[in-house]
Design a protein around this ligand. Sequence first.
Ligand code: NAP
Length: 387
Amino acid sequence: MSFVCGRDHSKKFKPEDMQLQIQGKNCVVTGANSGIGYAAAEGLASRGATVYMVCRNKERGQEALSKIQNSTGNQNVYLEVCDLSSFNDIKSFASSFASKDVPVHVLVNNAGFLENKHTTTPEGFELNFAGNVLGTYTMTELRLPLLEKASPDAKVITVSSGGMYTSPLTTDLQVTNLTFMTPFVCVTSLALFASLNSRCCVWFFYSDKYKNKGIDSYLMHPGWAETPGVARSLPSFKESFSGKLRTSEEGADTVVWLALQPKEKLVSGAFYFDRAEAPKHLTLADHYALLGLGSLRYLATEDQIRKSYREAALKLHPDKLSAALLLSDESDVAKQAKREAIESHFKLIQEAYGLLMDPNKRRIFDFTDEFDDAVPSDCAPKDFFKV
Ligand SMILES: NC(=O)c1ccc[n+]([C@@H]2O[C@H](COP(=O)([O-])OP(=O)(O)OC[C@H]3O[C@@H](n4cnc5c(N)ncnc54)[C@H](OP(=O)(O)O)[C@@H]3O)[C@@H](O)[C@H]2O)c1
């Protein structure tokens, strides 16, 4: 199974989830002329929504708009031109859009890019930060009055990346101090991941604020999709994995799914992947390995988990191991340290058992596992991008 395609998550998808129509709902999609944003805009238009495509280039935007109108038959698709890396552009777009006075039911913050060189915008911000974080934040904040108009139906869906798991948060938001850390973690991915991680944190932080206004917000991770953006920014990665990556439609699937589902089914402030809630952090403990199931992992049956736990309990229970310690001729301090280590290891085993026997928690853990166990090894170092 490929790390890019996920673990057959789609087998759990319910086709009826995507058969919902959202006529009369206004959806704003940023970066809608290409890749995931285009597929999301098309997916929403095909389900009857009025779609406002926010694109930075008028010609590219117009071309995409005509394609979507033709493919969906929906004429309620409009182009808005705005460069999301420019604070001033977003401000003037916000005021011209506000004059339409339409409720915004769904805002999809999708526009994003990966800039390899350290570039500063005319307004003085590092480009990755300006577009991926500041632009997204400003766009949402300035859209609040129109989102509130759609309250309690309003949703903000922000496209992020699994890269947020691997990138530490930085206070160096202007990304001034990037260096090559390891052969595989290059300046490009750090800049992007730092900005995507900050983007996530902004939304985790703001989801409560928005919720109080009847605006629910969700982050999502598209998986690896073969988009023009990936082809442009990561050419040798794209070449190595060509045909194995998701399509743009598959990358946009969870965006459309989130837009369509009734809010009661969703958790505001949560991180979604493949139509299901996913953890916000990597889990450090390897629950399968703790139970001796490291090679079976997600294939382990409940019976095997129970059996392994029983065996681990028999072998590693603190009562048993501490009894053996009593007979050893180590110092009391050393014995106490060992006793504590035995107890905390056994506690981890108990936690692993509890987690793996809970289908929801196990599914969430399996999701993080996916990022751990299949790091691409055959792409060029400069193209390393761990999903
Ligand atoms: N593809 C993946 O595997 C993947 C994985 C993880 C996360 N993501 C995220 O998914 C989102 C979409 O990426 P994609 O792969 O679909 O890339 P893409 O094909 O390059 O599409 C990105 C879109 O954003 C627009 N955009 C870029 N900078 C902008 C700006 N300053 N102002 C307004 N629009 C701007 C682009 O417009 P132009 O056409 O004019 O450049 C394009 O429409 C990004 O946020 C990316 O970080 C993608």
